[in-house]
Design a binder for this molecule. Structure first.
Ligand SMILES: *Cc1c(COP(=O)(O)O)cnc(C)c1O
Length: 385
């Protein structure tokens, strides 16, 4: 950071990212790893993350939206990119125009398949797609009814009809786990339903070359089960060194990639009984010394942390006092008498012997670490090393 800029930054350790990718390659062997880099690589910076993983041989990536795929392809012309999010049938022409066999949309409904097929035929192209089936998530995808009586047409027959649409080539089939980290049996049931669809399809002579199922929680749960990790796994959060479950620690062998840092810009003493910040939610119990940090909820430091969260200064914890504001946050440094203007403040990451993980911060905010890292706003510069 130069002396002229606001001292707030997210430090992104690309070596840690590459390390995590290599750990995942071992866990998913002999299947491959498709790093999930949607939402700007969970706030870490998609172009930089893909650049780092490219050096380790990653070539296929997953994003949510076409715009994200286009941004990546501009920089990585050889990348194969799966677009997993929902899209309107009216976007089909835009997909077809963008796709040259490298950007592949998920197809999750009959109407969408027809729209893609028509757009591909009009453009004289063949569009590679991945079929998304819903084995229990209750979200996007062709629903695999747990019991055949629950659906008018078996999903395999529906997919067979999709496979006969002109202009489409079914390259992959996948499903998404609803809960591989907490409820043990559901992921296994989903695996079973997914395999049933695959074998029904084979009976109908529909062969789809690639199958994939596991997200981070699935990989951690099924590690070493080569059958379950399939042709690809789709890790997101664990690639960034963050646990997919409520555990605030990173899973074994993984290293956190992001840390959020700032510096103290002011230090102030307050007499007993004085309040701090908007709405007077905090009153000094005695004379206190507090520090002002130049970031707030507009940077993604959530307001839920008001009177609750902590930061690290000189390896020690300083509690956030009063409301987190849009651009400023106050922390009590009475217990850290050597704290000084210019000191580094760690909001997420390590300082001395102590560490605040995205998972710990998420616990304070009653949310998941995904939302914490995705929520670090554009105003925070990312500093890569
Ligand atoms: C986001 C996403 C993933 C990655 O999930 P993590 O829990 O971050 O590993 C995998 N597959 C699909 C379909 C997704 O939407």
């Amino acid at each position: 950071m130069s002396n002229d800029t606001r001292p707030v930054w997210a430090a992104i350790d690309l070596q840690a990212l590459r390390h995590n990718y290599r750990v995942l390659q071992k866990l998913c062997h002999p299947g491959g790893v498709m790093p999930i880099v949607k939402a700007d690589a969970y706030g870490h910076g998609a172009v930089e993350a893909v650049g780092a993983l490219w050096a380790d041989g990653a070539r296929a990536f997953g994003v949510a939206y076409l715009e994200e795929a286009l941004e990546l392809r501009e920089r990585f012309a050889q990348a194969r990119i799966l677009v997993m999010g929902p899209s309107l049938p009216t976007q089909a022409a835009a997909f077809v125009a963008a796709c040259d066999g490298d950007i592949m949309p998920a197809v999750a409904s009959w109407d969408q398949a027809v729209a893609f097929s028509q757009a591909a035929c009009e453009a004289g192209k063949t569009l590679g797609v991945h079929i998304k089936v819903d084995t229990g998530m209750g979200r996007l995808g062709f629903l695999v009814a747990p019991s055949p009586a629950d659906s008018s047409e078996p999903v395999a027959q529906l997919i067979q009809r999709v496979s006969r649409l002109p202009g489409l080539r079914l390259e992959g089939i996948y499903t998404h786990l609803t809960d591989a980290d907490e409820q043990v049996s559901i992921a296994d049931e989903q695996w079973g339903l997914f395999q049933r669809v695959r074998s029904d399809l084979l009976e109908l002579d529909v062969s789809i070359p690639i199958q994939h199922i596991a997200n981070s929680a699935g990989i951690l749960r099924w590690a070493g089960r080569a059958d379950r990790v399939a042709d690809y796994s789709r890790p997101g959060i664990v690639l960034y060194g963050i646990s997919p479950s409520a555990d605030p620690r990173p899973p074994a062998d993984f290293r956190p990639v992001l840390s959020l840092r700032s510096r103290i810009t002011h230090i102030k003493d307050l007499p007993a009984g004085h309040s701090v910040s908007y709405n007077r939610t905090y009153f000094a119990p005695g004379p206190i010394r507090f520090a002002i940090l130049p970031l707030g909820y507009a940077d993604g430091l959530r307001r839920d942390l008001s009177n609750l969260g902590q930061v690290l200064i000189r390896g020690r914890r300083a509690p956030i006092i009063g409301r987190v504001c849009m651009d400023q946050t106050m922390v009590d440094v009475t217990g850290i008498p050597d704290a000084a203007v210019g000191d580094e403040t760690v909001l997420i990451g390590r300082s001395g012997q102590d560490e605040i993980t995205a998972g710990e911060m998420a616990g304070w905010c009653r949310t998941i670490p995904y939302e914490i890292v995705c929520g670090i706003s554009k105003r925070v510069p990312r500093v890569y090393s």
